[in-house]
Design a protein around this ligand. Sequence first.
Ligand code: C5P
Length: 229
Amino acid sequence: MSSKLIIALDFPDKTLALNFVNQLSPSNCKLKVGFQLFVAAGPDFVKQLVDLGFDVFLDLKFHDIPNTVASACKSAADLGVWMMNVHASGGDKMMQAAKQALLDCNSSAKLIAVTVLTSMDQAQLNSANVHQTPENQVKHLAKLTQASKLDGIVCSAQEAEMLRQDLNEDFLLVTPGIRPFGSEKGDQHRVMTPALAKLAGVSYIVVGRPITQSNEPQKVIEQINIDMS
Ligand code: C5P
């Protein structure tokens, strides 16, 4: 069965990232490339990961006018990535244009949306003139994403159970903020274990430091795959 674990490759450069990736197998994890590594290592590196056989989630959170986001999604699809994302707050027209761009190039890449960044609390939403609770805003944007025919959302595992009630069963919930039992929280505040995340209806979990900074990454990966199966 395909792994539900996406490892966040939060490394400052290609060499460090590759040293780590060389210990991994595409059969027991997927990889997430975010801004830091993408800006440092570039699209060729993403392609290299794809060529090694990994499912790659390109986490660049596109947010621009519909035409520009659609073009960026097409470029990401051309790299052969498995998943990519946009900001749901870019609106339904933007999300629909992004999805259409993938359909037009016959890409099977999954397109998901970020609803409300977990760094946005009530005060931060208000500062952007959004006078909704973070929970209501997440619910609203999750439904807008589903209505725009995207494949899923990035959300907190704490929100997953509540969101699942309003969303289709096959709509993907991809959640960071996961910590295996006993591991360091780091700067994550509201964390959940892989097993509880699965119970909450999460589709894929994103885990970074508990694996990338472990002395025995293989062991951690193995245990997470057991917990998520
Ligand atoms: O090391 P850690 O497991 O905390 O890494 C989590 C990953 O998920 C990081 O790449 C982080 O940027 C990303 N992420 C997050 N919280 C969000 C969205 C993305 O931690 N709300």
